[in-house]
Write a protein that binds this ligand. Sequence first.
Ligand SMILES: C[S@@+](CC[C@H](N)C(=O)[O-])C[C@H]1O[C@@H](n2cnc3c(N)ncnc32)[C@H](O)[C@@H]1O
Length: 246
Amino acid sequence: MRDAGRTLPRNDPRQYDDLAGEWWRPDGAFAMLHWLARARAAMVPPAARPDALLVDLGCGAGLLAPHLTGKGYRHVGVDLTRSALHQAAAHGVTVVNGDATAVPLVDGCADVVAAGELLEHVPDWRAAVAEACRLLRPGGLLVLDTLNDTALSRLVAVRIAERLPTVPRGIHDPRLFVDARALVAEARRHGVDLRLRGVRPGVGGLLAWLVRRARGVGDGTGGPAPRIVPTWSTAVLYQGRGVRRG
Ligand SMILES: C[S@@+](CC[C@H](N)C(=O)[O-])C[C@H]1O[C@@H](n2cnc3c(N)ncnc32)[C@H](O)[C@@H]1O
């Protein structure tokens, strides 16, 4: 397990600079973000029109990009962290250095807005949701995933996961986790009816990956990456998908 190379408060964005070399290592500190990016992209249909725009809020190093190949979107990524944006640009993302709570893009510009593993890092997540909805054109699609504000989520996503090589230590501040009902209500207020479903890594794939990694088999990529699968409860990790009303 890796942690940031210096002592920083939980959720301090400078951790992403310290971990900049990890983004594109499939077995690195951000491995789970790769699995989640694939699952998020699966919620995005092929573009319905030429020049369709997908705005990726909190895009990080652009891990969503390879999973959008062939879907026909121009991929614009917004993030606070410049070191991540340099890497996103190298993967074909048009990057904007900015805050997801005040995005310098015009109303209704986006066919799709993605907010993957972002909201639980934003002190004012409601403002980020408002921005996501504002950016969507009528009929546009919002896809997101985040961590629920529950005791189980704090146990699993912080206490347990931070002991595994799937989540960097200190990257989350559990006080920022996002209550699922409040998220649905907030999105509705801004014209998007979100449907949520709980997700988790498939147990078999996760165990195989952990074993491969513990044995030091290559870099852990000597087998399939764990799949993110639906689960019955939204109590920990959940995805949301909703269309902007016209
Ligand atoms: C856990 S990473 C997720 C990155 C990417 N969405 C992915 O799934 O690979 C969170 C990202 O959100 C960014 N971030 C945090 N707060 C932000 C804010 N207020 N506005 C824009 N980006 C932010 C961080 O810099 C980081 O790149």
